[in-house]
Design a binder for this molecule. Structure first.
Ligand code: NAD
Length: 429
Protein backbone atom coordinates (compact mmCIF):
# COMPACT_ATOMS: atom_id res chain seq x y z
CA UNK A 1 0.00 0.00 0.00
CA UNK A 2 1.03 3.62 -0.41
CA UNK A 3 1.76 4.92 3.07
CA UNK A 4 2.80 8.31 4.41
CA UNK A 5 4.25 8.71 7.91
CA UNK A 6 4.17 12.19 9.40
CA UNK A 7 6.86 12.62 12.05
CA UNK A 8 10.10 10.73 11.49
CA UNK A 9 11.31 10.29 15.08
CA UNK A 10 11.80 7.08 17.06
CA UNK A 11 8.32 5.80 16.24
CA UNK A 12 7.84 7.30 12.75
CA UNK A 13 11.21 6.20 11.39
CA UNK A 14 10.89 2.67 12.73
CA UNK A 15 7.27 2.39 11.56
CA UNK A 16 8.02 3.73 8.07
CA UNK A 17 11.10 1.57 7.65
CA UNK A 18 9.39 -1.60 8.86
CA UNK A 19 6.36 -0.98 6.61
CA UNK A 20 8.77 -0.63 3.68
CA UNK A 21 10.54 -3.80 4.80
CA UNK A 22 7.26 -5.77 4.60
CA UNK A 23 6.64 -4.50 1.09
CA UNK A 24 4.75 -1.20 1.31
CA UNK A 25 5.65 2.02 -0.48
CA UNK A 26 6.51 4.56 2.22
CA UNK A 27 7.19 8.28 2.36
CA UNK A 28 8.35 9.63 5.73
CA UNK A 29 7.71 13.32 6.33
CA UNK A 30 9.37 15.47 8.97
CA UNK A 31 9.23 19.21 9.46
CA UNK A 32 12.82 19.15 10.71
CA UNK A 33 14.60 19.83 7.41
CA UNK A 34 18.04 18.98 8.87
CA UNK A 35 16.78 15.56 9.95
CA UNK A 36 15.31 14.91 6.50
CA UNK A 37 18.56 15.94 4.82
CA UNK A 38 20.57 13.68 7.11
CA UNK A 39 18.31 10.74 6.25
CA UNK A 40 18.38 11.55 2.54
CA UNK A 41 22.19 11.49 2.72
CA UNK A 42 22.23 8.08 4.39
CA UNK A 43 22.71 9.34 7.98
CA UNK A 44 20.78 8.27 11.08
CA UNK A 45 19.26 10.76 13.55
CA UNK A 46 18.86 8.13 16.30
CA UNK A 47 20.66 5.06 17.59
CA UNK A 48 18.46 2.01 17.21
CA UNK A 49 19.99 -1.45 16.71
CA UNK A 50 19.28 -2.94 13.26
CA UNK A 51 17.58 0.17 11.93
CA UNK A 52 20.37 1.70 9.73
CA UNK A 53 20.69 -1.52 7.69
CA UNK A 54 16.91 -1.68 7.12
CA UNK A 55 16.70 2.00 6.13
CA UNK A 56 19.57 1.60 3.67
CA UNK A 57 18.10 -1.58 2.16
CA UNK A 58 14.61 -0.15 1.66
CA UNK A 59 15.80 3.21 0.34
CA UNK A 60 17.94 1.32 -2.19
CA UNK A 61 14.94 -0.83 -3.14
CA UNK A 62 12.93 2.34 -3.82
CA UNK A 63 10.30 1.55 -1.18
CA UNK A 64 11.32 4.24 1.34
CA UNK A 65 11.99 7.95 0.96
CA UNK A 66 12.16 11.09 3.12
CA UNK A 67 10.75 14.56 2.57
CA UNK A 68 10.12 17.77 4.48
CA UNK A 69 6.99 18.44 2.43
CA UNK A 70 3.70 17.20 3.90
CA UNK A 71 1.78 17.48 0.58
CA UNK A 72 4.46 15.37 -1.18
CA UNK A 73 3.86 12.64 1.36
CA UNK A 74 0.08 12.92 1.81
CA UNK A 75 -1.18 13.42 -1.74
CA UNK A 76 -0.19 10.04 -3.22
CA UNK A 77 -0.82 8.08 0.01
CA UNK A 78 -3.79 5.82 0.67
CA UNK A 79 -3.04 5.74 4.40
CA UNK A 80 -1.42 8.53 6.45
CA UNK A 81 0.08 7.74 9.85
CA UNK A 82 0.61 10.45 12.46
CA UNK A 83 3.71 9.88 14.64
CA UNK A 84 4.43 13.32 16.06
CA UNK A 85 5.24 14.16 19.71
CA UNK A 86 2.55 14.39 22.37
CA UNK A 87 4.59 16.07 25.13
CA UNK A 88 3.35 16.80 28.63
CA UNK A 89 2.25 20.25 29.75
CA UNK A 90 3.22 21.55 33.20
CA UNK A 91 -0.07 20.29 34.71
CA UNK A 92 0.50 16.76 33.34
CA UNK A 93 -2.07 16.98 30.55
CA UNK A 94 -0.99 16.30 26.98
CA UNK A 95 0.00 19.05 24.57
CA UNK A 96 -2.02 18.01 21.53
CA UNK A 97 -0.97 20.96 19.39
CA UNK A 98 1.35 18.80 17.22
CA UNK A 99 -1.51 16.40 16.49
CA UNK A 100 -3.95 19.22 15.78
CA UNK A 101 -1.38 20.92 13.54
CA UNK A 102 -0.80 17.76 11.53
CA UNK A 103 -4.57 17.17 11.21
CA UNK A 104 -4.88 20.64 9.65
CA UNK A 105 -1.90 20.05 7.36
CA UNK A 106 -3.37 16.76 6.15
CA UNK A 107 -6.76 18.39 5.60
CA UNK A 108 -5.16 21.16 3.54
CA UNK A 109 -3.66 18.76 1.01
CA UNK A 110 -6.29 16.01 0.90
CA UNK A 111 -7.67 15.60 -2.60
CA UNK A 112 -8.92 12.01 -2.33
CA UNK A 113 -10.25 9.59 0.32
CA UNK A 114 -7.64 8.90 3.00
CA UNK A 115 -7.34 6.77 6.07
CA UNK A 116 -5.64 8.85 8.75
CA UNK A 117 -4.10 6.72 11.47
CA UNK A 118 -2.98 8.06 14.80
CA UNK A 119 0.11 6.22 16.04
CA UNK A 120 1.12 8.84 18.60
CA UNK A 121 0.09 8.14 22.19
CA UNK A 122 -2.96 10.30 22.87
CA UNK A 123 -5.65 10.65 25.53
CA UNK A 124 -8.93 8.84 24.99
CA UNK A 125 -11.29 10.77 22.67
CA UNK A 126 -8.49 12.38 20.61
CA UNK A 127 -9.54 10.43 17.50
CA UNK A 128 -12.88 12.23 17.41
CA UNK A 129 -11.10 15.57 17.58
CA UNK A 130 -8.75 14.63 14.74
CA UNK A 131 -11.73 13.60 12.57
CA UNK A 132 -13.55 16.87 13.38
CA UNK A 133 -10.45 18.96 12.62
CA UNK A 134 -9.82 17.29 9.26
CA UNK A 135 -13.46 17.75 8.30
CA UNK A 136 -13.36 21.40 9.31
CA UNK A 137 -10.18 22.30 7.42
CA UNK A 138 -10.57 20.14 4.31
CA UNK A 139 -11.62 22.31 1.35
CA UNK A 140 -12.00 19.43 -1.11
CA UNK A 141 -15.20 17.42 -0.84
CA UNK A 142 -13.44 14.18 0.05
CA UNK A 143 -13.97 11.72 2.85
CA UNK A 144 -11.60 10.40 5.44
CA UNK A 145 -11.63 7.73 8.13
CA UNK A 146 -9.68 8.23 11.33
CA UNK A 147 -8.12 5.17 12.96
CA UNK A 148 -6.26 4.71 16.23
CA UNK A 149 -3.28 2.37 16.03
CA UNK A 150 -1.21 2.85 19.19
CA UNK A 151 2.43 1.79 19.10
CA UNK A 152 3.98 -0.46 21.74
CA UNK A 153 7.60 -0.67 20.54
CA UNK A 154 10.44 -0.20 23.02
CA UNK A 155 13.42 1.94 22.14
CA UNK A 156 16.49 -0.28 21.86
CA UNK A 157 14.37 -3.19 20.58
CA UNK A 158 12.17 -1.16 18.26
CA UNK A 159 12.66 -3.03 14.98
CA UNK A 160 12.07 -6.42 16.55
CA UNK A 161 9.12 -5.16 18.55
CA UNK A 162 7.58 -3.64 15.45
CA UNK A 163 8.03 -6.69 13.23
CA UNK A 164 7.12 -9.20 15.95
CA UNK A 165 4.59 -7.45 18.18
CA UNK A 166 2.49 -9.22 20.82
CA UNK A 167 -0.58 -7.70 19.17
CA UNK A 168 -1.65 -4.94 16.80
CA UNK A 169 -4.47 -2.71 18.02
CA UNK A 170 -6.76 -1.03 15.51
CA UNK A 171 -9.47 1.35 16.72
CA UNK A 172 -12.08 2.36 14.15
CA UNK A 173 -15.33 4.22 13.92
CA UNK A 174 -16.26 2.95 10.49
CA UNK A 175 -15.62 -0.57 9.21
CA UNK A 176 -14.55 0.97 5.88
CA UNK A 177 -10.98 1.42 7.17
CA UNK A 178 -10.58 -2.15 8.42
CA UNK A 179 -9.60 -4.00 5.20
CA UNK A 180 -6.81 -1.52 4.45
CA UNK A 181 -5.47 -1.76 8.01
CA UNK A 182 -5.57 -5.56 7.80
CA UNK A 183 -3.73 -5.43 4.48
CA UNK A 184 -1.01 -3.18 5.89
CA UNK A 185 -0.34 -5.53 8.79
CA UNK A 186 -0.98 -8.79 6.90
CA UNK A 187 2.72 -9.75 6.63
CA UNK A 188 3.13 -9.32 10.40
CA UNK A 189 2.37 -12.47 12.31
CA UNK A 190 0.47 -11.16 15.34
CA UNK A 191 -3.12 -11.05 16.57
CA UNK A 192 -4.91 -7.99 15.24
CA UNK A 193 -7.47 -6.53 17.61
CA UNK A 194 -10.17 -4.42 15.98
CA UNK A 195 -12.02 -2.25 18.45
CA UNK A 196 -13.51 1.24 18.78
CA UNK A 197 -11.24 4.29 18.77
CA UNK A 198 -11.72 5.20 22.45
CA UNK A 199 -10.83 1.67 23.59
CA UNK A 200 -7.75 1.59 21.35
CA UNK A 201 -6.54 4.89 22.79
CA UNK A 202 -7.17 3.66 26.32
CA UNK A 203 -5.35 0.37 25.72
CA UNK A 204 -2.12 2.30 25.24
CA UNK A 205 -2.40 4.48 28.36
CA UNK A 206 -3.67 1.59 30.47
CA UNK A 207 -0.86 -0.71 29.28
CA UNK A 208 1.97 1.77 29.86
CA UNK A 209 0.60 2.73 33.26
CA UNK A 210 0.39 -0.93 34.24
CA UNK A 211 4.02 -1.52 33.23
CA UNK A 212 5.10 1.52 35.24
CA UNK A 213 3.05 0.17 38.15
CA UNK A 214 4.94 -3.14 37.92
CA UNK A 215 8.26 -1.27 38.13
CA UNK A 216 7.12 0.78 41.12
CA UNK A 217 5.76 -2.36 42.76
CA UNK A 218 9.11 -4.16 42.64
CA UNK A 219 10.88 -0.98 43.72
CA UNK A 220 8.62 -0.77 46.76
CA UNK A 221 9.32 -4.47 47.43
CA UNK A 222 13.06 -3.67 47.17
CA UNK A 223 12.71 -1.32 50.14
CA UNK A 224 11.22 -4.15 52.21
CA UNK A 225 13.98 -6.49 50.99
CA UNK A 226 16.66 -4.08 52.16
CA UNK A 227 14.99 -3.61 55.52
CA UNK A 228 14.52 -7.35 56.07
CA UNK A 229 17.70 -8.81 54.59
CA UNK A 230 15.89 -10.47 51.66
CA UNK A 231 17.16 -10.27 48.07
CA UNK A 232 14.88 -8.50 45.58
CA UNK A 233 16.24 -10.48 42.63
CA UNK A 234 15.32 -13.76 44.32
CA UNK A 235 11.90 -12.36 45.12
CA UNK A 236 11.37 -11.10 41.55
CA UNK A 237 12.47 -14.46 40.11
CA UNK A 238 10.10 -16.32 42.39
CA UNK A 239 7.22 -13.98 41.58
CA UNK A 240 8.01 -13.86 37.89
CA UNK A 241 7.80 -17.62 37.41
CA UNK A 242 4.09 -17.34 38.14
CA UNK A 243 2.63 -17.13 34.63
CA UNK A 244 -0.06 -14.77 35.92
CA UNK A 245 2.64 -12.25 36.87
CA UNK A 246 5.60 -12.73 34.50
CA UNK A 247 9.23 -11.76 35.15
CA UNK A 248 9.47 -8.75 32.84
CA UNK A 249 9.36 -5.23 34.34
CA UNK A 250 10.25 -6.67 37.75
CA UNK A 251 13.80 -5.31 37.95
CA UNK A 252 14.35 -3.03 40.90
CA UNK A 253 16.48 -0.02 40.04
CA UNK A 254 16.44 3.75 39.80
CA UNK A 255 12.85 3.77 38.60
CA UNK A 256 11.33 4.26 35.19
CA UNK A 257 12.11 7.23 32.94
CA UNK A 258 12.23 8.02 29.24
CA UNK A 259 9.91 9.91 26.99
CA UNK A 260 6.91 7.61 27.50
CA UNK A 261 6.16 6.26 30.98
CA UNK A 262 6.40 9.52 32.96
CA UNK A 263 4.31 11.48 30.47
CA UNK A 264 1.82 8.70 29.77
CA UNK A 265 1.16 8.21 33.48
CA UNK A 266 0.62 11.93 34.03
CA UNK A 267 -1.64 12.02 30.99
CA UNK A 268 -3.70 9.06 32.16
CA UNK A 269 -4.10 10.58 35.63
CA UNK A 270 -5.14 13.86 34.07
CA UNK A 271 -7.61 12.44 31.59
CA UNK A 272 -9.10 10.27 34.38
CA UNK A 273 -9.54 13.42 36.45
CA UNK A 274 -11.27 15.13 33.52
CA UNK A 275 -13.59 12.15 33.26
CA UNK A 276 -14.40 12.35 36.98
CA UNK A 277 -12.07 9.71 38.47
CA UNK A 278 -9.20 10.36 40.86
CA UNK A 279 -6.67 7.67 39.82
CA UNK A 280 -4.83 7.65 43.16
CA UNK A 281 -3.21 4.28 42.46
CA UNK A 282 -1.22 5.85 39.63
CA UNK A 283 -0.29 8.88 41.73
CA UNK A 284 1.24 6.44 44.20
CA UNK A 285 3.15 4.77 41.34
CA UNK A 286 4.64 8.18 40.52
CA UNK A 287 5.48 8.87 44.15
CA UNK A 288 7.27 5.52 44.58
CA UNK A 289 9.21 6.21 41.38
CA UNK A 290 10.59 9.56 42.47
CA UNK A 291 11.26 8.28 46.00
CA UNK A 292 13.31 5.42 44.58
CA UNK A 293 15.72 7.82 42.91
CA UNK A 294 15.99 9.93 46.02
CA UNK A 295 16.62 6.86 48.18
CA UNK A 296 19.53 5.84 45.94
CA UNK A 297 20.97 9.37 45.91
CA UNK A 298 20.78 9.39 49.73
CA UNK A 299 22.57 6.03 49.87
CA UNK A 300 25.43 7.56 47.91
CA UNK A 301 25.49 10.77 49.90
CA UNK A 302 25.30 9.06 53.28
CA UNK A 303 28.19 6.76 52.38
CA UNK A 304 30.36 9.62 51.10
CA UNK A 305 29.24 11.82 54.03
CA UNK A 306 30.21 14.96 52.07
CA UNK A 307 30.00 14.96 48.26
CA UNK A 308 31.59 18.37 47.80
CA UNK A 309 35.06 18.16 46.25
CA UNK A 310 34.65 14.44 45.59
CA UNK A 311 34.85 12.96 42.13
CA UNK A 312 32.35 10.30 41.11
CA UNK A 313 32.37 8.16 37.99
CA UNK A 314 28.95 7.49 36.49
CA UNK A 315 28.34 4.68 34.01
CA UNK A 316 25.23 5.13 31.91
CA UNK A 317 23.32 8.24 30.86
CA UNK A 318 20.58 6.85 28.61
CA UNK A 319 17.26 6.21 30.32
CA UNK A 320 17.78 2.51 29.71
CA UNK A 321 20.06 0.12 27.82
CA UNK A 322 20.35 0.00 24.01
CA UNK A 323 19.28 3.55 23.29
CA UNK A 324 20.80 7.00 22.96
CA UNK A 325 17.63 8.59 24.35
CA UNK A 326 18.22 10.72 27.45
CA UNK A 327 14.74 12.25 27.70
CA UNK A 328 13.74 12.09 31.39
CA UNK A 329 16.60 9.72 32.05
CA UNK A 330 16.92 8.72 35.73
CA UNK A 331 20.69 8.55 35.12
CA UNK A 332 20.83 12.22 34.11
CA UNK A 333 18.59 13.20 37.03
CA UNK A 334 20.91 11.36 39.39
CA UNK A 335 23.96 13.13 37.90
CA UNK A 336 22.29 16.50 38.36
CA UNK A 337 21.33 15.61 41.93
CA UNK A 338 24.95 14.67 42.72
CA UNK A 339 26.23 17.84 41.03
CA UNK A 340 23.86 19.87 43.19
CA UNK A 341 25.60 18.37 46.23
CA UNK A 342 28.94 19.59 44.90
CA UNK A 343 30.29 16.36 43.40
CA UNK A 344 32.50 16.46 40.30
CA UNK A 345 31.50 13.88 37.68
CA UNK A 346 33.21 11.74 35.09
CA UNK A 347 30.58 10.07 32.92
CA UNK A 348 30.37 7.46 30.17
CA UNK A 349 27.61 5.96 28.04
CA UNK A 350 28.09 3.68 25.01
CA UNK A 351 25.61 5.62 22.84
CA UNK A 352 24.03 8.54 24.68
CA UNK A 353 26.95 10.94 25.23
CA UNK A 354 26.18 13.18 22.25
CA UNK A 355 22.58 13.66 23.33
CA UNK A 356 23.60 13.99 27.00
CA UNK A 357 25.97 16.89 26.23
CA UNK A 358 22.96 19.11 25.54
CA UNK A 359 21.48 18.57 29.01
CA UNK A 360 24.37 17.56 31.26
CA UNK A 361 27.02 20.26 31.50
CA UNK A 362 30.23 20.64 33.53
CA UNK A 363 31.11 16.96 33.57
CA UNK A 364 34.00 15.09 31.96
CA UNK A 365 32.84 12.76 29.20
CA UNK A 366 35.31 9.88 29.10
CA UNK A 367 35.99 7.87 25.95
CA UNK A 368 35.93 4.29 27.21
CA UNK A 369 34.13 2.58 30.03
CA UNK A 370 37.29 1.19 31.62
CA UNK A 371 38.80 4.65 32.21
CA UNK A 372 35.71 5.82 34.10
CA UNK A 373 37.07 5.32 37.63
CA UNK A 374 40.43 7.00 37.16
CA UNK A 375 40.90 9.49 40.00
CA UNK A 376 37.37 8.88 41.34
CA UNK A 377 36.28 8.47 44.95
CA UNK A 378 33.46 6.12 44.00
CA UNK A 379 31.71 4.64 40.98
CA UNK A 380 27.98 4.72 40.23
CA UNK A 381 26.13 2.51 37.73
CA UNK A 382 23.03 4.27 36.48
CA UNK A 383 21.96 2.44 33.28
CA UNK A 384 21.78 -1.31 32.74
CA UNK A 385 23.90 -1.53 29.55
CA UNK A 386 24.95 -5.20 29.19
CA UNK A 387 28.58 -4.23 28.46
CA UNK A 388 28.91 -2.74 31.93
CA UNK A 389 28.86 -6.32 33.21
CA UNK A 390 32.18 -6.78 31.39
CA UNK A 391 33.80 -3.86 33.23
CA UNK A 392 37.46 -4.49 34.16
CA UNK A 393 36.71 -4.59 37.88
CA UNK A 394 40.36 -5.10 38.88
CA UNK A 395 41.30 -1.88 37.10
CA UNK A 396 38.29 -0.05 38.52
CA UNK A 397 39.26 -1.09 42.05
CA UNK A 398 42.85 0.06 41.49
CA UNK A 399 41.71 3.38 39.94
CA UNK A 400 39.30 4.31 42.72
CA UNK A 401 40.77 6.10 45.70
CA UNK A 402 38.30 4.03 47.76
CA UNK A 403 36.77 0.90 46.26
CA UNK A 404 33.14 1.99 46.60
CA UNK A 405 30.65 1.00 43.92
CA UNK A 406 26.99 2.05 43.94
CA UNK A 407 25.02 -0.14 41.57
CA UNK A 408 21.63 1.35 40.73
CA UNK A 409 20.88 -1.51 38.32
CA UNK A 410 21.93 -4.61 40.28
CA UNK A 411 24.41 -5.73 37.60
CA UNK A 412 26.82 -7.54 39.90
CA UNK A 413 26.71 -10.24 42.53
CA UNK A 414 27.22 -8.71 46.00
CA UNK A 415 29.24 -11.69 47.33
CA UNK A 416 31.57 -11.61 44.32
CA UNK A 417 32.04 -7.85 44.64
CA UNK A 418 32.91 -8.23 48.29
CA UNK A 419 35.42 -10.95 47.39
CA UNK A 420 37.00 -8.53 44.90
CA UNK A 421 37.44 -6.01 47.69
CA UNK A 422 34.61 -3.58 46.90
CA UNK A 423 32.28 -1.81 49.23
CA UNK A 424 29.30 -2.62 47.03
CA UNK A 425 25.86 -1.09 47.48
CA UNK A 426 23.01 -2.10 45.22
CA UNK A 427 19.22 -2.03 45.39
CA UNK A 428 16.99 -4.28 47.47
CA UNK A 429 19.63 -6.74 48.63
P1 NAD B 1 10.19 12.06 18.42
O1 NAD B 1 10.30 13.35 19.09
O2 NAD B 1 11.35 11.11 18.38
O3 NAD B 1 9.74 12.28 16.90
C1 NAD B 1 8.70 13.09 16.50
C2 NAD B 1 9.03 13.71 15.15
O4 NAD B 1 7.90 14.44 14.67
C3 NAD B 1 10.19 14.72 15.22
O5 NAD B 1 11.19 14.33 14.29
C4 NAD B 1 9.54 16.06 14.81
O6 NAD B 1 10.42 16.89 14.08
C5 NAD B 1 8.38 15.57 13.98
N1 NAD B 1 7.28 16.54 13.81
C6 NAD B 1 6.69 17.31 14.74
N2 NAD B 1 5.69 18.03 14.18
C7 NAD B 1 5.65 17.69 12.86
C8 NAD B 1 4.86 18.09 11.76
N3 NAD B 1 3.87 18.98 11.90
N4 NAD B 1 5.11 17.56 10.55
C9 NAD B 1 6.11 16.65 10.39
N5 NAD B 1 6.89 16.22 11.41
C10 NAD B 1 6.66 16.74 12.63
O7 NAD B 1 8.92 11.33 19.08
P2 NAD B 1 8.68 9.76 19.25
O8 NAD B 1 9.47 9.24 20.41
O9 NAD B 1 8.78 9.09 17.93
O10 NAD B 1 7.15 9.76 19.73
C11 NAD B 1 6.09 10.05 18.84
C12 NAD B 1 4.80 9.57 19.49
O11 NAD B 1 4.85 8.15 19.66
C13 NAD B 1 4.54 10.14 20.87
O12 NAD B 1 3.16 10.31 21.05
C14 NAD B 1 5.03 9.04 21.80
O13 NAD B 1 4.39 9.06 23.05
C15 NAD B 1 4.63 7.80 21.03
N6 NAD B 1 5.41 6.60 21.33
C16 NAD B 1 6.76 6.71 21.52
C17 NAD B 1 7.49 5.54 21.78
C18 NAD B 1 8.97 5.62 22.01
O14 NAD B 1 9.53 4.61 22.50
N7 NAD B 1 9.63 6.70 21.67
C19 NAD B 1 6.85 4.28 21.84
C20 NAD B 1 5.47 4.24 21.60
C21 NAD B 1 4.76 5.41 21.35
Amino acid sequence: MKICIIGTGYVGLVTGTCFAEIGHDVTCVDKDAAKVKLLQNGGMPIYEPGLPELVQKNVAAGRLRFTASTPDGVEPAEVVFIAVPTPPQPDGSVDLSFIEGVAREIAACMTSYKIVVDKSTVPVRTGDKVAETIKRYCKAKVECDVVSNPEFLREGFAVDDFLKPDRVVIGVKSQRAVPAMREIYAPINAPLIVTDINSAELIKHAANSFLALKISYINAVSVICEASGANVIEVANGMGMDARIGRRFLDAGLGYGGSCFPKDLSAFIKISETLGYDFRLLKEVQRINSEQMERFAKKILETLWVAKDKTLGVLGLAFKQNTDDVRQSPAIELCQRLQAEGATLRVYDPQAMDKARAVLKNVTYVKTMNEIAEGCDALVIATEWPEFKKLDLEKVRRDLTHPILFDGRNLFDPAEMERLGFIYKSIGR
